[in-house]
Design a protein around this ligand. Structure first.
Ligand code: MOS
Length: 693
């Protein structure tokens, strides 16, 4: 693809279009939409991890004044499709995980609904359950494909020979924890039926994907489902696929004809109903020569899925393209457990999957006495090591060099535990980041001229806080050759042309390419000066280069960590990331995404950890009091920079996506810095103080 856009508006930082509405409290989130006289819904969840419902006693709940309906598996309408077990609400008496929805109460107020839900008596005949993830299980299985359609296993050369001939080898196991997505806005749906059409004000990363999923489950023509989601208070992947609450909300609204129904999940309910990041076990094997050149790289990844619906985290995917080595192998195995269904969480695959390998590189670099920045530089591949395709652009080395310069890496004494300041051991570490450039098909954009040099651009894209309202309008302005203020963008509604989900950092690539195609079509059809009312629609064009090139963003992250000599308390004093993410559409928004990703990586490294009580099968610390997310006092100076990168192949804008790469590698950089500070190698996340005592 050629560089079609003359960047006039791209690369500038207009303020968020949605900013004033958000700071004045007038932006309508899913729970704020004005509907007439709504009822409220509260969900009842199973309190055992596996069993059979023998009785759902609703008499006391129904008797409460203000209760309008109680849905249970005994009275809930049959759904058109129960193939997606996660969405098959109230269709079966089987309980597949603790927290599964077993009843739902509709009442006049939120408080009455919640009180009545507590009065529903659920009897479950418990069956033995198993929520124990281990790489030693004898029932691990290979899924057909992993998330995103990637191969389950890959192999090149001969791993055994490569390891046998390497003077320096590593064979270590690393683990990442169970993490739950916690956007500030809980999952919220307001549902109403109008003449047989379903209207959902839903907090979602994709109005059209939510429409497709709900229409299928409910047996509706998708054109009769209207999803509206102009503003979303964060998602991190948890709102990227439809979850069961949206289905229950639709069912509940049908049970009270003429009454809209509002549902907002509680924070605790989110820990079992909206997906989460699976824990992983990663066996890494590597072999290199005395100069640090890798001869062998392998990652065998084990993660969990729910027994009723498969989700296969693509943990080993980044290992396939990071470093050159003739002998290589990756595998994925799953344990099917009686757990809630795992799903996407910011950089699924790459985020957990870069922890083990990037700590392993640090260990191997130390073993052969090569600086860890230099070690990575020496193992740069000329082409994608597994597919042999050229990279559309690959600037990991530039990120490492620029990061080292900005961070002050050259002054580092490689000896661990060499620096102590007032009772704190101080160390620094580095790790690499990567994330693929993805395009999701299916988007359509409409552009209408509304007056001389003024345009209305419509596409059902999503802004989950990422800045789409602003950045996509910038793309449109350059594509149309007008000023930012001459474009009016509409997104977040299925009344608009279809758009792909905001996921996999593919939003701007997919929607932006589509908007550019529509601008070209407008020019072709109506010339350079279209008249008011002239309008075109265009779909996302193919990008033949996507098949010819390996396309990835890269980054290098540097961390300074302090560990207290006596208490083992771990503090990150400084994070610095340098990224190669193609053209940056809006520096202010991009920096916010990258800093946000790095902050979430710090949180993953030190604080977040969903603790499972295997006796009962649930996350016990399922609230903000006990599931600790990094807050201001935990977050030091976090700097995100980028190198100039011109990639003519990714899309007409030359972008690569910035939503997810910021979290990739952060935890490894922190673990490596903690080792440098203390001499203690932590291979299991999170990095808590007990590791150092
Ligand atoms: Mo992102 S986890 O691909 O929504």
């Amino acid at each position: 693809m050629t560089d079609l856009l003359r960047p006039r508006v791209l690369g500038r930082s207009p303020r968020r279009v949605d900013g004033p509405a958000k700071v004045t409290g007038t932006a309508r989130y899913a729970g704020d939409q004005h509907v007439v006289d709504p009822a409220h819904l509260h969900l009842v969840q199973a309190e055992v991890a596996r069993g059979v419902l023998t009785e759902v006693e609703v008499g006391a709940a129904r008797a409460l004044d203000g209760v309008l309906a109680v849905l249970t598996p005994d009275n809930a309408p049959r759904l058109a499709s129960a193939r997606d077990a996660e969405l098959a609400a109230l269709q079966s008496h089987d309980v597949a995980f603790r927290g599964q929805v077993v009843a739902a109460v509709v009442a006049r107020t939120r408080e009455i609904a919640r009180e009545a839900a507590a009065l529903v008596r659920v009897r479950i005949d418990p069956r033995p359950h198993d929520v124990h993830l281990s790489a030693d299980r004898d029932d691990l299985y290979a899924p057909e494909k992993v998330n995103g359609g990637a191969d389950t296993d890959t192999s090149r050369g001969d791993l055994g020979t490569g390891l046998a001939h390497s003077p320096f080898t590593l064979d270590q196991t690393y683990t990442t924890a169970w993490y739950n997505n916690n956007p500030m806005e809980p999952h919220t749906t307001t549902a109403l039926w109008l003449d047989g059409d379903l209207v959902l004000y839903d907090s979602t990363q994709g109005v059209h994907t939510t429409r497709q999923a709900t229409a299928k489950v409910l047996g509706l023509d998708p054109r009769r489902v209207h999803v509206i989601s102009p503003h979303v208070g964060g998602g991190f992947g948890a709102k990227g696929t439809a979850h069961v609450h949206a289905i229950v909300a639709a069912m509940a609204a049908r049970a009270v004809p003429g009454t809209p129904v509002k549902l907002a999940l509680t924070r605790q309910q989110m820990f079992s109903l909206v997906g989460y990041r699976t824990p992983t076990v990663q066996r890494v094997r590597m072999g290199c020569d005395a100069d640090g050149r890798l001869a062998a790289v392998a990652l065998d990844a084990v993660s969990q899925t729910s027994r009723v619906k498969e989700f296969a985290e693509q943990t080993a995917r980044p290992t396939r393209m990071m470093y050159a080595a003739p002998n290589r192998r990756t595998t994925h195995r799953l344990a099917a457990l009686d757990v809630p269904v795992p799903s996407w969480m910011r950089a699924p695959g790459e985020c957990p999957g870069m922890f083990g390998p990037e700590v392993a590189v640090d260990e191997l670099a130390a073993a052969c006495g090569v600086d860890p920045v230099e070690f990575r530089v020496r193992n740069e591949p000329d082409v994608d090591p597994e597919t042999g395709k050229p990279f559309s652009s690959r600037n990991l080395v530039a990120c490492l060099r620029e990061g080292a310069r900005r961070f002050g890496w050259e002054h580092r004494d490689p000896t661990p535990r060499a620096r102590e300041e007032a009772g704190w051991l101080v160390g620094t570490g580095v790790a690499a980041s990567t994330y693929p450039v993805s395009r999701t098909p299916g988007s359509v954009a409409a552009i209408r001229c509304t007056g001389p040099g003024r345009y209305l651009v419509r596409i059902g894209a999503a802004d989950l806080g990422t800045g789409t309202w602003t950045s996509l309008a910038q793309v449109a302005a350059d594509a149309l050759g007008v000023d930012f203020g001459d474009v009016e963008l509409r997104i977040g509604d299925t009344a608009l042309p279809e758009a792909s989900v905001a996921g996999g950092s593919s939003g701007i690539t997919s929607w932006g390419s589509t908007v550019v195609a529509a601008a070209e079509a407008l020019r072709e059809r109506f010339g350079d000066d279209p008249a008011a009312g002239d309008e075109v629609r265009a779909g996302m064009p193919d990008n033949p280069a996507a098949g010819r090139y390996a396309m990835h963003a890269f980054g290098a992250q540097f961390a300074e960590v302090r560990v207290h000599v006596d208490t083992g308390e771990v503090r990150v004093a400084r994070l610095l990331g340098v990224f190669a993410v193609g053209r940056v559409v809006n520096p202010r928004l991009a920096r916010s995404q990258l800093v946000g990703g790095m902050t979430m990586g710090l949180s993953m490294a030190l604080h977040e950890h969903s603790v499972v009580d295997e006796r009962f099968g649930h996350v016990v610390n399922h609230d903000f009091a006990e599931y600790h997310i990094a807050t201001n006092a935990d977050v030091p100076r976090v700097e995100a920079h980028w190198v100039e990168e011109h990639d003519p192949h990714t899309n007409p804008m030359g972008t690569k996506g910035v939503g997810e790469i910021g979290i990739v590698g952060t935890a490894a950089a922190i673990a490596n810095a903690a080792h440098h500070a203390t001499g203690v190698r932590v291979r299991d996340l999170p990095i808590t103080l007990d590791h150092f005592l």
